[in-house]
Design a protein around this ligand. Structure first.
Ligand SMILES: C[S@@+](CC[C@H](N)C(=O)[O-])C[C@H]1O[C@@H](n2cnc3c(N)ncnc32)[C@H](O)[C@@H]1O
Length: 243
């Protein structure tokens, strides 16, 4: 059964740091699913690396890998990070687009993160906490905040609260990804790029088709930081054709 989003957030920043210091014998009293999760975390090199490198979550390494390979985040770019909490992807984006102006030789970019949950502040990022990315009010606010009202890149690592029913969760995530096409219409620059996470399943083809209608190039990507046993995949869609 897939763990719920709230459990993910509770454990993501806080417990991952804490459990790295604890020995597995401290598992007494925990439910079997929790024990399995903690043991997996303890053995996961990306969890350790996230802790050492001060990332809020191991998911940072997925975006780092995608960007190292495809160079989607460039200094001066404006980025919308959908489903941004706890903020690891935004940490990566802030650095790569130079959103703090840390490197004065390069143009300064912008990162706007949106999540249904609260996102702790991050230097260089503007967060819209407790907001639904699918809502027209959020789209309007993004237009107001983004430089020139437009983004070069939309990132989505969004995931619904897992029901535990794989097919149902897959369908919900695909429909969330499809709703990003509406966001792209409003804020994405022509030629812009979209990265979205999905869980593989029957409707993946429908999502692929929806993306190929509005992007010239669509690839499926599985970063090494994405666990092999997970159905998680990413679409990398480039060269947005503004409708
Ligand atoms: C896997 S987490 C994202 C982790 C994040 N990329 C990071 O690196 O820290 C998925 C997030 O998607 C958010 N989410 C789900 N549906 C959403 C929606 N409709 N609008 C905004 N955020 C949403 C969840 O609240 C959750 O925080």
């Amino acid at each position: 059964m897939w763990k719920s989003q709230n459990l993910f957030h509770k454990l993501c920043i806080h417990t991952s740091a804490a459990i790295l210091k604890k020995a597995p014998q401290n598992l007494k009293g925990k439910r079997p699913a929790e024990q399995r999760w903690i043991v997996r975390q303890l053995r996961d090199p990306f969890v350790k690396a996230a802790h050492v490198q001060n990332y809020r979550c191991r998911s940072a390494f997925k975006l780092l890998e995608i960007d190292d390979k495809y160079n989607i985040l460039r200094p001066g770019f404006s980025v919308v990070d959908c489903g941004a909490a706890p903020g690891a992807w935004s940490q990566v984006a802030v650095k790569r687009v130079n959103a703090t102006g840390e490197n004065p030789e390069y143009p300064r970019g912008a990162v706007v993160g949106v999540d249904l949950l609260h996102i702790a502040p991050l230097d260089g990022a503007h967060f819209l906490s407790n907001q639904d990315i699918a809502s027209p009010a959020t789209h309007a606010e993004l237009q107001r905040i983004l430089p020139g009202g437009l983004a070069d890149v939309i990132l989505s690592d969004m995931a619904p609260n897992a029901s535990g029913f794989r097919e149902m969760d897959h369908e919900r995530l695909v429909s969330m990804c499809l709703s990003l096409l509406g966001l792209a219409d409003v804020v994405l620059k022509p030629g812009g790029c979209l990265v979205c996470k999905y869980w593989d399943g029957g409707l993946a083809r429908k999502l692929h088709q929806g993306l190929t209608e509005v992007f010239k190039e669509v690839k499926i990507v599985k970063p090494q930081a994405s666990r092999k046993e997970s159905a998680e995949l990413f679409f990398l869609a480039r060269l947005f054709k503004k409708r």
